[in-house]
Design a protein around this ligand. Structure first.
Ligand code: SF4
Length: 214
């Protein structure tokens, strides 16, 4: 089935996105897939985690971040008192590159509209990048060594979106120091959400004040 950017843009909900991904032939990765890995979690999530691409375990199970790195991500989420079903987890690519090779730029480009639409539908308060590859798909000039752990606002999808970059859990698996950094950065998430809520409340108060003045 030929799926156009317009088809993806007019998807009404996440299950419509999943359906399109299951039929997608926009790049060659569909030929080697076992399962589709469009994303998993809460359609109304406040926090959306984004990695680069599914690996072997994800391709077999049809769910992102379920291998060893995924187990660490799950531990970190649960450490905040949340569950995976409270957040949304996705990748830039919806099908696995064979042998876990890096995605080709043209694959990431044709797959991009799916992620963009998922973000539009979920409308998360916070987007968390899992690793530099995912971050650089959005912001090619940022360096993870400087950006990790610092939330920042950028224009995205027509709004001021808040982002947070973290080291990839797979990197932390083999490096104790990195795991500590990841844990420290991860634990900032509730505070960042609280700050966003406070800022939104201030903005609403200001709007109401302005309306009163008018
Ligand atoms: S990786 Fe993305 S663009 Fe390529 S076939 Fe899968 S869903 Fe389509």
């Amino acid at each position: 089935m030929k799926i156009t950017e317009e088809n993806i843009g007019s998807a009404g909900d996440l299950s419509a996105i999943n359906e399109l991904v299951s039929k997608c032939e926009r790049c060659a990765l569909y030929k080697t897939k076992t399962k589709d890995v469009p994303g998993v979690g809460n359609e109304n999530a406040e926090v959306m985690f984004i990695g680069e691409a599914p690996g072997k375990d994800e391709d077999l199970q049809g769910e992102p971040f379920v291998g060893r790195a995924g187990q660490l991500l799950t531990e970190l989420i649960e450490g905040l008192g949340w569950q995976r079903k409270d957040v949304y987890i996705a990748n830039v690519l919806k099908h696995r590159p064979p042998d876990n090779r890096d995605p080709k730029p043209e694959e990431a480009e044709v797959c991009w509209p799916y992620l963009k639409k998922q973000i539009e539908l979920i409308d998360p308060k916070l987007i968390v990048f899992l690793g530099r590859h995912a971050m650089n798909r959005f912001f090619p000039t940022l360096q993870i060594s400087k950006s990790h752990g610092n939330a920042f606002r950028k224009d995205f999808n027509g709004r001021k979106q808040v982002f947070l970059a973290l080291y990839h859990p797979a990197v932390a698996l083999y490096n104790g120091g990195m795991k500590e950094t990841l844990q420290t950065d991860f634990n900032k998430i509730p505070k960042i959400i609280k700050k966003i809520d406070e800022e939104n409340a201030d903005n609403n108060d200001n709007k109401q004040e302005q309306q009163k003045l008018i």
